[in-house]
Design a protein around this ligand. Sequence first.
Ligand SMILES: Cc1ncc(COP(=O)(O)O)c(C=O)c1O
Length: 484
Amino acid sequence: MASWNVTLSDAGPAEAPVFLRITHGVIEDIRRGRLKPGQRLPGTRAWANALDVNRNTVVAAVAELEAQGWVRSTPTRGTWVQEQLPVEPRLARRPGLPPLAVHLAPPPPFLTERRFTLPDDVMHLSAGTPDPRLFPVELIARTWRRVVRRKGRHLLEYGDPAGHPSLRRALANMVADLRGVPATMEQVVVTRGSQMALDLIARAVVAPGETVAVEALGYRPAWDALRLIGAKLEPIPVDDEGLNVEALAKVMRRRHVRAVYVTPHHQYPTTVTMSAARRLALLELARKHRVLIIEDDYDHEFHYQGRPVLPLLAGDDSGVVASVGTLSKVLAPGLRLGFIVAPTELAQRVARLRAVMDRQGDHPMEATVAELIEEGELQRHVRKMRVIYERRRDALAKLLETRLGDTLSFELPTGGISLWAKVRRPLALDTWLSRAQHRGVVVNPGSVYRFDGHEPGALRLVFARFTEGELASAVEVLRATAPR
Ligand SMILES: Cc1ncc(COP(=O)(O)O)c(C=O)c1O
């Protein structure tokens, strides 16, 4: 025993308190066998002298070791290494697990190897996310800390799978005030982003093999969520009034359609707002066939000219619309917060399904965002972003007109974070986009928005993510690389 000397561990963060460095030093020695089970340790005064630290620091280290089960201490008699050491996983310092060696069911064909993170060293001009430099990081962090401190015990318990009541209430108020939707909080279910919302609605409404009509051009992640639960998709064309409801009606006369997925506020990706006549016709068609309209209202708050058109749900008095919303654009996509507003029976069914799949959401974060809404902070943030995004929209529009006017044409979008630019002249789009990518500007080929994967001769360009200077540089790259 006399040969053992207490040491401070260098493992762990450099700023770790001294008592923890002592604790870790002792644990390392026990693990390595330098200290044996049952061995008696020197008195705390001796440790304190050896390390030149206050004795209280050593006392705290011994208390920590005892709490973790490494030593046992008897007042005035001494401290011993435990006979039965805490069971620890063996620390395997291997480069990874062995390769998978079992047979798997075939993967769904749409599970592509797409990249899920945006590289820092390129400008991704088709990435539909807000500017991360404008995320209200401090505000979220401060509010989270305050909320968890105040209500942590309750928030860290199991809770309601439909979402934390404070956020359901705040969202119900928000959609009433801003979107004209008279929903109660019982008709709101919080989800992890609209992607989960779409999955849950699909599971709640559609049986495998049934048909769901979708917009084409359209939003592929929604198509994939529907396909994942076994839905067959029926592509319906879109034009400059949004979804072609006449074409949908024709399909519905021919075959049974269980639901229709639409983005009426700003059609994705063309940004067109669905005309009033089409809205009425769509609601009427859904009512007649008792078919659910899944309305993806993903960017309602970003509207630059006049008042935003109200969602279909606001005009639905027959109970045929479920609306999906997201905080990915107004706050940040990494929060994974979305929501469903739907008639009570559907909301309840969705919540029960959610409990099976995910038990519940992140209630501490949900309560945090509820507070941001109740205090008007979210609305303030949106107002600030709206001004910035409108400026960026105008800047990109001007740049495209002046620098690429012979190659691209577009209608100025009335809202949202992107514009849809059509290619004016025959050119090798693949060559163009790959040349631009080599110079650090990434634009998705328009084919990703088309149901048949063909090239539509158009591109989705996002303006919200970049400053006016950055947009100017990106447009210069596009101009310099465009085939003549
Ligand atoms: C049509 C559409 N719906 C929903 C979303 C948001 O998805 P989520 O809430 O899963 O982040 C986006 C964002 O890109 C979108 O473009």
